[in-house]
Design a protein around this ligand. Sequence first.
Ligand SMILES: C[S@@+](CC[C@H](N)C(=O)[O-])C[C@H]1O[C@@H](n2cnc3c(N)ncnc32)[C@H](O)[C@@H]1O
Length: 228
Amino acid sequence: MVTTKDPAAPRAIHDGGSLLDSENRGFEPEFLKVVERLEREDIADRELRARGEEGYNPEEGYWALAPATARLLHVLIQTVVPSRMLEVGVSHGYSTVWLAHAARLTGGHLTALEYNPRVLEIARQNLAEAGLTDQVDFVLGDARETLTTIGDEYDFMFLDCWDRLYPEILPKAVPLLRPGGLMTTDNVDVDEPGSIEFRRLLSAYAGIETTNVPIGTGGLEITTRRQD
Ligand SMILES: C[S@@+](CC[C@H](N)C(=O)[O-])C[C@H]1O[C@@H](n2cnc3c(N)ncnc32)[C@H](O)[C@@H]1O
């Protein structure tokens, strides 16, 4: 899979670069202010990474999903109307702000898993600034463990932790997907060997139907578990 390791990877197939006025209509100013700041900070972070800046720690980079992918998730959530939403991999909270905003629109609630306490603290502040704290429960810890403790089924899931961990994350995440629910995974590029293996593992689960949308960095895998 691309992006989370390769700063030189193409930023986006469609990164939402030129927004129509209507794309920002109906969003609160405090939400847009945080989103736009995080988009600027993510670009600056990518530039530092690409330059190989001394002291740069990739584990604490932004690695934010592309704006167009965020908007796709925001639209999907409004059509699925999930009650229980799950995110794996928060970083500074760019995707979390979008998911939490969609949760507020649809009356859902988000559980967000992250194992780096430093980026999680920044994400908490960003959610607070966007006025979205009430929509999210953050769980600090390694998702390979916390996925086994958070219980129940989820109607919507967004996987965006380190790509190399997906083979370990999938066996714990897929059983949490409610039949008829939607699971989305970022940075899945159908031509890339790691992604090919990811898609092979995913499609081996009973009842799973999955497809790939070439958007953002690599692509977004969109998956459902069929109702029996
Ligand atoms: C690609 S970034 C997430 C970007 C974020 N979703 C966004 O779009 O703004 C990956 C994040 O997953 C976290 N992470 C990686 N492996 C993890 C694990 N096993 N458990 C919990 N968090 C993990 C990293 O610390 C990092 O913050």
